[in-house]
Design a protein around this ligand. Structure first.
Ligand SMILES: [Zn+2]
Length: 463
C-alpha cells in the first residue's frame, strides 16, 4: 500500500496524489501547477504517473490548483471515472472550459511570435476538446455517501467548509485480518464560521491524516468580522459619493461578497446603490450557487426566505457585454463593482481601475490574497504610481485590504482539526516550507505528534 506525493507537497499549487495497492492505482486531485511560465509548463506536461494504469480518480474541489490539469489526464488517454461532489460536478465544466480557452489562446499568441522565427508550433497544454472529454467522466456524489473504489476501498466525502462543493475524504482501505486503515485527506481545509458555508466536518479516529498547511504559521482575524469590515469600508466610500471597486476571484470570494452585501442591504446597514457583477465567469458560477442551496448554512436559508434569490437578486446587475461594462466606468454614480481578476492581473477590473484609480472618493477594496509582483500587491503595499495597460496612474483612490477574508484554516483551526482527528501519523502538504515546519513544531509541542514533511516525488508505505 503506497502513497505517492506527486504534486503540491511543499507548495500551494499543483495538488496531486496517487494511491497504489497491488495493481490498482487511484489518483487524488490533478491540479495545475502555477508559477513562472517555463517551469509551470514543464511540470504540468508531465503527470508523474501513467494514465493507462489509473483505474479511478477522486477530486476534492473545483479550485484550479486542484482540478486544473485534469484535461491533460484526459488528453493522455484517461477514460476512467472522476468521483466528486455534485456541486463540484456543476462547477467543473465552467472552470475547465475557461482554463482550456486560456491555454489555447496562450499557445496561439506564442505561435504568432515563433512563426516569424520558423520554429515548430507550440501545442497548448490542453484544448477545449480535452476539457470536454474530461467533463464527460465526472461522477457526482453527495456528501456522507460511501463510494466503492477499485481495490475494495470505501471513500466518503464530507464538507470541507472551504468553497462550494469542497470535500475532505475518508478512505477505508481493507487490510485483513486487521480492521480497514482509515486515511483522511484534507487537501484544502476550510474555516469555522465562514459566511454561506457549513463548518468543516471533523473526521475522527484516523490512522493517517494528509493535511494542508497553507497558513500553518499564521492566525487570521475571526471570519465573523467579515460583514462588519465590509460594512465600514463600503459606507466610508459611499458617504463621500465614491465607487467601491472590489477585485474578486470568480469562484468563491465573489459569491461570498455578494452574500454579505445582501445581508447588509437587508439589515439596512448599507445604502441601496447599484451592485454590479462584472465577470461572465463569476456570473456563471453564481448561478450554480443559486441552484445549490442544500450546500449552505442556516443563515443563508433564513436570508433567502426573506429576500428571495441572492446570487441572482434583482438588485444585483450582471453585465453581459463589454459595452455594459464600459457604461459603468463612465458613470459617476456611487456604486459597488465586483470584477475579476482577484489580483488585478487581467480581466475587466483593470478597466474599472484605469478609470477610477485617480478619484480620491473611490475605494479599492482588496478581499483576497495578493501574490508578489501582481498589480493587486502593488496597490496593497501602497505604491503611489502603478502601471495599467502600459500607462502610469497615480493612486489617489483609497486602498484597503480586509484581512478577515480567507477560505483556508489558520494555525489554530488546523490544530483544532488535527486534534479532533487523532491520527497516528500526519503528513503535511500544500504549504510553503516555513509554514509546514512551523506547524509541525506546534503539532510536536501540543499533540506530541511528529509530522512528516514530504516533497514531490516521495513515496511512502502505509500500514
Ligand atoms: Zn481550494
Amino acid at each position: 500500500m503506497k502513497w505517492h506525493f506527486l504534486g503540491g507537497a511543499s507548495q500551494v499549487t499543483g495538488s496531486k496524489h496517487l494511491l497504489e495497492i497491488g495493481n490498482t492505482q487511484i489518483l487524488f486531485d490533478c491540479g495545475l501547477f502555477q508559477g513562472r511560465r517555463k517551469e509551470a509548463n514543464q511540470i504540468n506536461r508531465t503527470l508523474g504517473c501513467n494514465p493507462d494504469h489509473i483505474s479511478a480518480m477522486v477530486l476534492s474541489h473545483a479550485h484550479i490548483d486542484h482540478c486544473g490539469n485534469i484535461p491533460t489526464l484526459a488528453r493522455l488517454g484517461y477514460r476512467g471515472p472522476i468521483h466528486t461532489t455534485s456541486a463540484t460536478a456543476d462547477l467543473l465544466p465552467i472552470m475547465l472550459r475557461d482554463s482550456a480557452r486560456i491555454h489555447e489562446a496562450d499557445a496561439a499568441y506564442l505561435n504568432q511570435k515563433t512563426n516569424r522565427r520558423h520554429l515548430p508550433p507550440i501545442e497548448p497544454l490542453y484544448t477545449v476538446q480535452d476539457a470536454e472529454n474530461a467533463i464527460g467522466l465526472i461522477q457526482p456524489h453527495l456528501y456522507q455517501t460511501p463510494v466503492t473504489l477499485p481495490g475494495g476501498i470505501t471513500m466518503t466525502h464530507v464538507d470541507a467548509g472551504h468553497i462550494l462543493g469542497a470535500a475532505l475524504a475518508l478512505l477505508e482501505i481493507p487490510r485483513p485480518p486487521a480492521p480497514p486503515l482509515r486515511v483522511g485527506l484534507a487537501f484544502d481545509l476550510g474555516r469555522y464560521n465562514l459566511p454561506l458555508l457549513q463548518d468543516p466536518v471533523q473526521l475522527t479516529q484516523l490512522d493517517i491524516l494528509i493535511c494542508e498547511s497553507t497558513y500553518g504559521d499564521r492566525y487570521h482575524q475571526n471570519a465573523l468580522n467579515e460583514g462588519d469590515d465590509l460594512r465600514l469600508a463600503v459606507n466610508r466610500a459611499l458617504d463621500r459619493n465614491g465607487k467601491v471597486l472590489i477585485p474578486v476571484f470568480a469562484l468563491g470570494r465573489a459569491q461570498e461578497i455578494i452574500y454579505l452585501i445582501a445581508q447588509l442591504r437587508h439589515q439596512g446597514e448599507i445604502p441601496d446603490v447599484p451592485v454590479y457583477l462584472d465577470s461572465p465567469m463569476a456570473q456563471a458560477i453564481s448561478r450554480v450557487f443559486e441552484s445549490s442551496p442544500t450546500y449552505f448554512d442556516s443563515d443563508y436559508h433564513r436570508l433567502r426566505q426573506r429576500m428571495g434569490a441572492i446570487m441572482e437578486a434583482p438588485w444585483l446587475i450582471y453585465t453581459e457585454t463589454v459595452e455594459e461594462s464600459k457604461a459603468i466606468t463612465s458613470s459617476r454614480e456611487p456604486s459597488i463593482v465586483l470584477a475579476a481578476s482577484g489580483m488585478c492581473e487581467h480581466g475587466r477590473i483593470l478597466h474599472h481601475l484605469k478609470h477610477g484609480i485617480e478619484n480620491e472618493r473611490n475605494l479599492i477594496l482588496l478581499v483576497g490574497y495578493q501574490a508578489a509582483n501582481t498589480l493587486g500587491r502593488r496597490l496593497q503595499t501602497g505604491e503611489p504610481i502603478v502601471r495599467i495597460f502600459g500607462d502610469e496612474f497615480p493612486v489617489r483612490a483609497e486602498v484597503e485590504s480586509l484581512r478577515s477574508f480567507s477560505a483556508h484554516a489558520d494555525r489554530a483551526e488546523l490544530l483544532q482539526y488535527v486534534r479532533g482527528a487523532t491520527p497516528r501519523q500526519v503528513y503535511l502538504v500544500h504549504g510553503e516550507q516555513s509554514q509546514r515546519e512551523s506547524f509541525a513544531r506546534l503539532l510536536h509541542d501540543e499533540l506530541n505528534l511528529d509530522a512528516h514533511l514530504p516533497t514531490n516525488g516521495d513515496v511512502v508505505q502505509f500500514a
